[in-house]
Design a protein around this ligand. Structure first.
Ligand code: ZN
Length: 126
């Protein structure tokens, strides 16, 4: 494995229950459904937007680090992965007005927080 674990292309590091196969995020040693042991696993990246909002003012710093160009409003939301677990993520969209609940998203591990971007048609068909 040459992929750096914090690379933007990396899948989300979570866990999966050995007994009932439920996905767990953030990773936990115990399954939230059956209490059985869960093992570290990279979660599948496909999901849909469950709910979202726009952060219109700079969060407290630290831990927030404003980008070099200064703060700009950004969208955050919960992405419901196809595996069933909801993940809080930054929404990487070009147009905040184009965000819709239920839109297909692809989630990646980001630098500190997961990031989600609209799923392309090619990815949807794969
Ligand atoms: Zn379980």
């Amino acid at each position: 494995m040459t992929t750096h674990p914090r690379s933007p292309a990396a899948g989300l590091q979570g866990a999966r229950c050995r007994g009932c196969s439920v996905a767990v995020y953030p990773a936990d040693a115990a399954c939230p459904r059956c209490g059985g042991p869960a093992e570290p696993a990279v979660l599948k990246s496909a999901g849909t937007l469950w709910t979202w909002t726009v952060q219109r003012y700079a969060p407290k710093s630290p831990p927030y680090q404003p980008p070099p160009g200064g703060f700009e409003p950004f969208a955050v939301g919960y992405v419901e992965l196809d595996e069933g677990v909801r993940v809080a993520a930054l929404l990487e969209v070009d147009d905040l007005d184009a965000i819709r609940i239920g839109m297909p998203l692809t989630v990646r591990a980001g630098d500190g927080v997961p990031r989600a971007r609209p799923t392309t048609a090619a990815e949807e068909n794969s």
